[in-house]
Design a protein around this ligand. Sequence first.
Ligand SMILES: Cc1cc2nc3c(=O)[nH]c(=O)nc-3n(C[C@H](O)[C@H](O)[C@H](O)COP(=O)(O)OP(=O)(O)OC[C@H]3O[C@@H](n4cnc5c(N)ncnc54)[C@H](O)[C@@H]3O)c2cc1C
Length: 396
Amino acid sequence: MDLRFTPDETAWIAKVRAFAQAQVGPYAATWDEAEHVPRSHVQKLADFGLFGLVVPQEYGGHGRTPLEALLAIEVVAEHCGISGRLVVDHNFGPTGLIRHYGSEAQRRHWLPRIARGEVLTSICITEPEHGSDANRLETRLDPDGRGGYRLNGHKRWITGAGERELYVVFARFGDTPGSDGIGCVLVPADSPGVENGPREPTLGLRGIREAELIFRDVPVSPDQILVPAGPGSFRALMRAYNGQRVGAAMVATGIGVAALKAALAYAQQRHQFGRPIADFQAIQFRLADMAMQLDAARYLCYRAIQSGDPPERYAAGVAKTFAAETAIAVTNSALQVFGGNGYSRHYPIERLLRDARMFTLGGGTVEIQRLGIARELVRAGYSPLEPWLEPASSSA
Ligand SMILES: Cc1cc2nc3c(=O)[nH]c(=O)nc-3n(C[C@H](O)[C@H](O)[C@H](O)COP(=O)(O)OP(=O)(O)OC[C@H]3O[C@@H](n4cnc5c(N)ncnc54)[C@H](O)[C@@H]3O)c2cc1C
């Protein structure tokens, strides 16, 4: 096992960093204030080649490795968490589900458009009454009697709802209860019967619209079915979603890195008692703890992304949980280093803390991740090195 980057990876990190410094970082605070990221910026991310990174070139993507995608995500997220999330959604999450499970026609139609930034996509699982317990979701897909289907239901907390072109919707096919009744369909946002619900006023990551979506008798043709319901379908969908979890963990880590770098610079420049506050051991220990936590989070992300394609449940859950909790701890610690200024909106730290707060919730809470981790431990014992050693298998 060689933990050093290849020359290609090193060059890729430098290229993404130069882009993020010039085109992303300077606008992050403005987008937070405006609670909106302009589509022209989203297009810049796509034009630079950050969408469809892991999509094979034959489907219009960039054919990079999942690790290379992750490296880009950390750098982008260090400059702007919202932009990091956009990159995650257009490589993993809904894009990953199409890459892993789409028919040849679905992949050929959607993946090139996603890679070019023409089509933005959201994943739609959560409902008002079914969050962590997604097994019981009630959005329904029923036959229309003419060879097609009708989709009816109400989704909540949909990232990008109302601003994206394609929804990847989890629904109950017919009356089968529990996870065996759940499948997934591709629904263009301009389909008749797709209605935008109210936006959530959120604590952080404000540039992305989080909102409700209502599906009222939306016509769905058989070729829009991504994964039909059946034994194992929901499990497979959730397995592909592990890529999203690792991507989110990397965004959280990037936000933490931004906080540490800011705290480090501030501690050297701010003087009290005639000395830089970085001279005080209390501040030094804080900075050291922040660095150690971020190092650990980053390597857990690397392990998870290399545990398989899609990643393994255990490795993804560990990375997501640790990185999410680390991001909160690190941004909170950075705020303390800034003293009163950390609490001021003139400095970036309060925004980073607000942004970091999301990651223990979205994409499955840390409590639910811990349940999954524990389930794997009980099933297979503690064998943390095995996912790292397994060769990654690609299904696309
Ligand atoms: C910013 C943001 C973006 C999101 N984006 C999307 C999206 O794009 N698409 C989408 O489908 N969803 C999205 N979500 C929804 C997210 O996945 C849910 O918020 C999450 O699954 C938790 O569901 P809930 O909020 O209904 O909380 P609940 O399920 O009501 O849980 C409340 C609390 O109880 C705990 N809890 C619940 N069950 C258990 C249990 N068995 N054991 C221990 N603790 C338990 C939870 O961990 C949590 O702390 C997003 C959420 C946020 C905040």
